[in-house]
Design a protein around this ligand. Structure first.
Ligand code: FAD
Length: 339
């Protein structure tokens, strides 16, 4: 089966590796140029372990990261590791065409079926035929829009004031739950640490969120998450950012010739720390389904949805708020940001 995967993020690359494992060689079209480095860490969550183990990269990635407790049956709940290292590892052996932006879908004469993509590849227009186009192109998925999948795309009601430091922490993880369950979190990896204070999304955006100044932010953050003190002491406001994230809910998973996986299909608030794992699980299930339905893309998509929906259902039903530990009561003055 000719499979074109749009997007060389974690979901797209895990799908590519899962297909290669089964003797199917997909093409991955990635709009970013080759060599772009995605900075910072990812907390690889246990929801992605099966997929990573199947393609033989889990142990290597774990060895290059930090185990995040608690451990169960010898495995940590997550592994803190450099994002780019994960992407580079997953891309090994995969036909990734960089600087390749998908701009349109090709349909058959009746328009009922997607039969390929139009793309700008290194500045040239190209048409690439496919039996199955997989949109693994993230929360703002172009494939989802071009295929006309009905989706809800929305900003979350919380945002993050975040930082990144080249100093690794003494412990791999620290978290403080605010009275309403929002988090102040630090995650470490061998080459550094990153943190985020989840705040109600301020009407004034970054100006309002950062108005209290970095020194005061750092002082309050370290008081709530003491293990972050050393990494925070090593940086200044150039490593300090405001971020909003986009949520996606989409109930249509595929149509003839085109399917969505990862954040193109379901984007959760980063506070959940499981988005990559859910995308990897989508990818693994789709790779199995494609291999079990040779020459039948619709059969593959049907099987995939049938298997995967029950696995995703609890996450989609509970949403990101499921990770909140609500203490109740009023926040102490030092728990309020911006001040
Ligand atoms: C601040 C933050 C922290 C997070 N922390 C964690 C965490 O600790 N643990 C965790 O599990 N998850 C975390 N997540 C979520 C996680 O990053 C995502 O779930 C995951 O990266 C999504 O992977 P994806 O492959 O679905 O999409 P993406 O990573 O968005 O990849 C999509 C790819 O498609 C490409 N693309 C887009 N449009 C086109 C086009 N038209 N043509 C060609 N290519 C295209 C993009 O360039 C991109 O490379 C976090 C998210 C954020 C924002």
């Amino acid at each position: 089966m000719r499979v074109v995967i749009v997007g060389g993020g974690m979901a797209g690359l895990v799908l590519a590796r899962g297909l290669l494992l089964r003797g199917i060689s997909p093409t991955v079209l990635e709009r970013a140029p080759a060599g772009v480095v995605v900075p910072g860490p990812i907390m690889l969550p246990f929801q992605g372990y099966d997929a990573l183990q199947e393609i033989g990269v889990f142990d290597g990635l774990r060895a290059q990261g930090l185990d995040i407790p608690p451990l169960r049956a010898g495995l940590p709940v997550a592994v803190g590791v450099a994002r780019q290292r994960v992407l580079d590892t997953l891309a090994e052996g995969v036909d990734v065409r960089h600087d390749a932006e998908v701009t349109g879908l090709i349909r058959d004469g009746d328009g009922d079926r997607v039969t390929g993509v139009r793309a700008t590849v290194a500045g040239d227009e190209a048409e690439i035929a496919a039996d199955l186009v997989v949109g693994a192109d993230g929360a703002r998925s172009a494939v989802r829009g071009m295929a006309g999948f009905p989706a809800e795309v929305y900003p979350f009601d919380t945002a993050q004031v975040s930082w990144r430091s080249p100093v690794a922490p003494r412990e791999p993880f620290g978290i403080h739950f605010l009275p309403d369950g929002r988090q102040v979190t630090m995650v470490g990896w061998p080459e550094g640490a990153a943190g985020g204070w989840q705040i109600p999304r301020p009407p004034g955006g970054a100006d309002e969120a950062l108005a209290g100044g970095f020194d005061e932010f750092r002082r309050r953050f370290a008081a709530l998450v003491p293990v972050a003190a050393e990494p925070l002491a090593a940086i200044d406001e150039r490593h300090w950012h405001y971020r909003e994230a986009t949520g996606v809910t989409c109930d249509v998973w595929w149509q003839p010739g085109v399917a969505l996986i990862g954040e193109a299909l379901h984007a959760m608030n980063p506070e959940a720390g499981i988005g990559s794992g859910l995308g990897m699980g989508d990818a693994q299930a789709l790779a199995v389904a494609v291999a079990r339905n040779p020459g039948d893309a619709d059969g593959a998509c049907r099987d995939w949805e049938y298997w995967r929906r029950p696995a995703l259902a609890p996450y989609l039903a509970m949403g990101s708020e499921a990770v909140r530990v609500v203490r109740g009561g009023d926040p102490r003055p030092e728990e309020i940001w911006p001040p």
